[in-house]
Structures are given as C-alpha cells and as structure tokens.
Design a protein around this ligand. Sequence first.
Ligand code: SF4
Ligand code: SF4
Length: 502
Amino acid sequence: MRASSYTIYVDLPDTSEEMLLVHGYTGAYDKVSRKVANYLRSLEARRAPQPLYGAWVSEPSTVEEEVKAPSDGALETLIRRGYLTNMSVEEEEELLVKMATKIHQQKVAKMPSYVIMPTYNCNLRCAYCFQDHMRTNPKYNHLLRTIKPEMIDRIFGAMPQIEARHGIKDGQAPSRSILFFGGEPLLAANLPTIQNIVDKALELGPATFSAVSNATEIEAYGDLISPQRIANIQVTLDGPPEEHDRRRIYADGSGSWEKIRRNVTWALEKGVGISVRLNVDRNNIDQMPAVAEAIYAEGWPEMPTFSAYTAPIQPGNDNVSKQTTMNSYELDQALAAMRDEHPSIKVLGRPDDSTRNQAHRLFLESGNGSGMPPVRESFCSAHVGMYIFDAFGDIYACWERTGNPNIRLGYISEEGELHIRGDNEKLWRSRTVASNPACRKCRYNMHCGGGCAVLAEGKTGSLHMNFCDAFASRFRSSVADAFQAYTSGEALSAHVDRVCDQ
Ligand code: SF4
Ligand code: SF4
C-alpha cells in the first residue's frame, strides 16, 4: 500500500494535533490526527511533483522515517476514501486520465453557452485592456463596426446546428444562456441591435441574458435591463472614485466614475444583479478599504442583488508592468490581512471565496466534508461548450483570443452554414488536467482544472501548459479557513458569479 498521489494535506492554523486530508479525485475531505497524516505521508511514493513552471509554496515535506500504522478501522477508512491505494503511481495516473477524460466528455455533451459581441468598439480607453490595440492602432479600425441584422439572423440560424453537435436535438434545447460582451456591448447606440438579439433569441426558445458592461450608457436601455431581460451585469471599478477616474477613462482622458455610480444604483433599484469586479494590482491594493467605503456610501450592500469581487490584473499587454501585478494568492492574503483594521472590506469578495464556500458547504452538509465537491477537470467553459460570436460571423472559444481569425473555432457562412475548424476546436476543447504532463500528476488537479489557458500561453508559449497561479497554497488556505469557520459557526461571504475565472 502507498499513499495515493492525489492526497492533499491541509494544516489547520489553530492545532498541531489534527489536520485535514482532502482527496483529489474521490472528493473526500476528512479530519485526522497528525499521526495518521504522518503515517500517510511516510507512504508517499515520491515528493509532491512540482509543476514545470512556477513553484508551489510550502508543500508539506515528505516524512522520511517509518511511522507506526494506525488502527485497522482507521486503515480501512483511509483505503475506502482513496488515501491509501494498491495501484502503482502509473496505474493511478492512468485512472485519473480516464476519469478526467470521461467527465470532460459528459460535460461537452451538455447544452452549450453563447456569448455575442455586438462590437469590439468601446467608449473607454483603459490602459490594461487586452483589446486596447483595436482602438488605438488604425490597422485594426475595420474591427470596430457593429454587428448587422443579417449577421444576427445567421447566428441564431447556427445555434441549432451547434447544439446538434452537442447531441441536442432540434426543438429540445433547454433555456439558452446569452452573454453580451465587447468592446462595450451596451453602448446607447447599440440599443436597437441588442433589442433585435433579445427578440431573435426569444423567438427561438427560452433564454436568459447577462452582460459584461462598463455601465456608462446602460440607462439608455430602459426595461431591456430588468430581471426579465438582461438580468445580470458585471461592471468593473478600478478603485475609489479618484483612482477609478485615473484608470477607466474616456478617450479625452476624463473619468467614468460618476456615470457608472448612477447607473449601478439605477440597475440595482430595478432588481438587476450587479456584480462589481475590481481589478487589483500592487498600485491600488491599499485603496481597497476606500473602495469598500465608497460602496457603502452608495448604499449598494443593502441591495439584495449586489455583489463585488476582486481579481488580480494580469500582464495582458505591454502597458502592464509585471512588477506591479500579483497572483491570486497574494491578493487573497493581502485582503484577508486588511480585514481586522477595515471590517468594511468584507464587502469585497476575495479570489478564493468560491473554494472556501464550497468546502464550507461540504463541512456544513456532512460534518466532516464527506459530500462530493464539483469536479473541475477543465478550467473554464472555453474548453467545454462556450461559443463566442463576433460581428463578422467568426466564432471563438475564449474572449481573450477574439479578433484573430487564425485562432477562431470556425465561422458562419453567408448561406448560414456552420463551419468548425477541427484543429482549433481540438486545441481549445481538449484542454483538461489530463492533457498536460504537469497537471496530470498534480494532486490538486481535479480541484484546480489546470488554470487559465491564455495565461499559460503568455507564460510558456502553449495553451496546453499548466498555469498554477499559486493554486496549491490557495486551496490549502481556503479549506483551512472554511474548516475554522465551520467549527466556530462563522458565516462566509456570499457566492459571486464570475464571467471568467481569470
Ligand atoms: S479563464 Fe482564460 S481561457 Fe478561460 S475564458 Fe477566461 S481568459 Fe479564456
Ligand atoms: S492542476 Fe493546477 S496547480 Fe496543478 S499543475 Fe495544473 S495548473 Fe498547477
């Protein structure tokens, strides 16, 4: 018998006597004595494998000396829950690959989700925007046009063809999920276009609508923005009013806070879900308490459909210096450290809240977390069933890679036929934790999903490499926090839906 290669050891801050074990692919969570954990660690076949790029922080070291076995009952539990195995390292890896591949195929066979980009144009000029070149370099001017009515018809004609590829028969599609993305999709000038898209979607069948918007012009949409139509909007703020006005600027350099502030309140009063995203780096992290104060001053936390979360700014273009960015773990910990001095900062979700909430839910449901957490064999819907349509009829898997036909999944022809490029479809849709050698061996894989493919490509040159973003540390610290909250009866923050985990 040896310790499964997918056993995760979670230290608990308040005790040196006990720790948590979490199993990667069986989904088990168990509190055990440190003696039992040490026994397991003494049976590790090897040190925890390191990812090819980056490093895991403070991975528990392998125990070298022989450790006394626990009782037969404890051994039986360790075997049943997957922590002890008879399989060789290679056999277990093979099992993991089979499981991940099967789960992925099952997910791919479900209803796809849709993103429509009515335009790449935007009325703001945020320096870190990954589409900045489209508005500042005349070479890309042709990309800035708005989608035409004929193209909208072609897109809705293509949806049943796409669904058929996922095994969904004509007329049997459940509700379609449609997200508006840009550029800025909800420019006042786009109102007739967005109305047309909503009407066409509802002609085809039931649908839900959401948007990623800078919210500077959404007041023009009247009741098209309501719980019955565009019901959820993600809006970005970059700091308290002054800092935001330095970063999220109009082409003439003026700030956008005042317009966004008014429109967010307007949408919340209508019962529309507003999820505020805060892009954070080392230059604005100290201002998060002031952002939380500004949010309280607007009265938004009292509105039931409001939530806010933080995300690290990634070095997406040459305007962003790597020195100023931070990974998700650094951001999560920096926000945690501010909580005692600035209690209002709790209104801002931390990057790892979903992992914490999920573990907390498992502890609440079963006492020791023996429920099954969701499996994450791939990182995001770019690898499963997301179809992003732009104004030119091109179809993409990930919005960070839109506007470049070389990497498109396919296109819709003038005759309305769907054309999918097999090589690019394989490139995007086959990325799972089983498809690269680092993730396949990683004990965190079915909780992590392999990280953002675009960030992996930025770092290594390949979409199919791992992007760890300090996941090992983030996972262990989140599970320990959740356990502490469970034992102390403390509530954790509410869940926030994100459009993309990046
Ligand atoms: S997580 Fe990365 S790969 Fe997935 S949609 Fe976002 S940017 Fe694209
Ligand atoms: S599964 Fe996640 S933490 Fe593990 S190697 Fe892959 S990207 Fe890194």
